[in-house]
Design a protein around this ligand. Structure first.
Ligand code: C5P
Length: 310
């Protein structure tokens, strides 16, 4: 067993989020491409070996109780280990905005699984951790694996894009006063678009296959700009004014390649050819985002998920 461990928990953006239909378990069947970015939380863990789990956070807006995915992940890992005396003090440095469509909470939970697996010397493989993660949240297996992945099912079935995507630069923005509930966004999607949902496995598989074969995802063509699709955007944007405002400001940035909302929103992003182009665009337009009440970051694509800090 180790005494202390630090794990970075990167955010994700959705390069493609296609709602295919409704599943028997009430979740939506999805076809997505998720991409890790280098905006990350950090989870530090100290081994206490006294059966206690104690979480603190540098952000007042976040519950550190049993509704936090870090605590739920820690409890699940300990319960599956059969060693009730395992304990830890955990501290989260929060950088990823909350309720933003960036999988911040899921990534923190994924980081807890990675951190405590090492801290407690449990020896689970990444595949085993991903399996446990799927019981806690649809996005959590991706947050362990990270990089560029096709994500099917309710989001938990991963197919890595081996070559990864070109390292585009990203300008990411979010209104700090607005958050979107994921269940609400999917509920609205069902209400507004349910009549057009596909309803059988072979139709789902046709869409998965179409995405696997999309030209922008072919290894020899990784410089091609992702077309960006998010089916939740057309549902969330008309009811969340911060989204169209953010999309318009991003679309006006010189040099941007494409803009979209991430996940269930309200955060939105623009892609740039590389990080320095994103840095420059943000530097020159920071005041406009500020005047519109938006927080803004420039980021890069990242090739991994939750990871032990060196
Ligand atoms: O899996 P997770 O807990 O992150 O999902 C949160 C909520 O989002 C679900 O309870 C469900 O309402 C909605 N959801 C969905 N279909 C998915 C993923 C999430 O309807 N594939």
């Amino acid at each position: 067993m180790t005494a202390t461990v630090r794990v970075s928990a990167p955010a994700k953006i959705n390069l493609h989020l296609e709602v295919l239909g409704l599943r028997a378990d009430g979740f939506h069947e999805l076809a997505m491409v998720m991409q890790s970015i280098d905006l990350a939380d950090e989870l530090s863990c100290i081994n206490t070996a006294d059966g206690s789990l104690h979480l603190t956070c540098d952000c007042d807006d976040l519950s550190c109780g049993r509704d936090n995915l870090i605590v739920r992940a820690a409890e699940l890992l300990r319960q599956r280990s059969g060693f009730g005396e395992l304990g830890a003090r955990l501290h989260l440095s929060k950088r990823i905005p909350i309720g933003a469509g960036l999988a911040g909470g899921s990534s923190d939970g994924a980081a807890a699984l990675v951190a405590l697996n090492t801290l407690w010397g449990l020896g689970h493989s990444q595949a085993e951790l991903e399996c446990m993660a799927a019981d806690l949240g649809s996005d959590m297996p991706f947050c362990i694996a990270g990089g560029s992945q096709l994500c099917f099912g309710r989001g938990e079935t991963l197919e890595p894009l081996v070559a990864g995507c070109h390292r585009f630069g990203v300008v990411l923005v979010k209104d700090p006063l607005v958050s979107v509930s994921t269940p609400w966004a999917y509920g609205e999607c069902r209400r507004l678009r349910g009549a057009t949902y596909l309803d059988d496995e072979s139709a789902f598989e046709d869409r998965r296959q179409a995405l696997r074969q999309a030209p922008w995802l072919q290894p020899h063509d990784d410089l091609r700009t992702p077309p960006l699709r998010n089916d939740l955007q057309e549902v969330v944007a008309p009811q969340t004014p911060a989204v169209p405002i953010a999309l318009q400001l991003l679309a006006d940035l010189p040099g941007q390649l494409r803009v979209a909302m991430s996940g269930s929103g309200p955060s939105c992003f623009a892609l740039f050819p590389d990080r320095s182009a994103a840095d420059l665009a943000l530097e020159q337009h920071r005041d406009q985002f500020h005047d519109a009440g938006l927080e803004a970051w420039s980021c890069s694509f990242l090739g991994h998920g939750a990871k032990l800090a060196a």
